[in-house]
Design a protein around this ligand. Structure first.
Ligand SMILES: [Zn+2]
Length: 115
């Protein structure tokens, strides 16, 4: 599939693509990256400036999965969206906090305490 890779800053022909939300110029944007970058996940690509933004916009850019693990942060922040995505209530219950190491996590948890 040929598409524009945000990290290569070029059009690439690649079999694997991932899309995720990030903050660019203060706006939540859907980013596409080619398979060359996400080993294991794209979340760590960052600059100091983006790190600050991620802290601020933690909720906006929570990804539903880290690897194969369902994010409880995502389920807590977007319960309706999560229920739509994951039909099996047992799987929803198994969601775990997977973004603890990300800036803004503690802030987020004071607003969305664990139940
Ligand atoms: Zn690329």
């Amino acid at each position: 599939m040929i598409d524009f890779c945000h990290l290569c800053q070029a059009t690439k022909d690649h079999n694997n693509w991932k899309a995720y939300f990030d903050i660019i110029d203060g706006k939540r944007q859907l980013i596409q990256i080619c398979g060359e970058h996400y080993n294991p996940i794209p979340y760590e690509f960052t600059t100091a400036e983006i790190k600050e933004d991620r802290k601020k916009y933690f909720k906006d850019i929570i990804q539903p999965y880290r690897g194969n693990e369902l994010s409880r942060e995502f389920v807590d922040a977007y319960p309706k969206q999560a229920q739509k995505m994951i039909k099996d209530p047992e799987r929803l219950k198994k969601a775990r906090d997977v973004w603890k190491d990300q800036p803004g996590y503690n802030n987020f948890r004071t607003i969305h305490p664990l139940t």
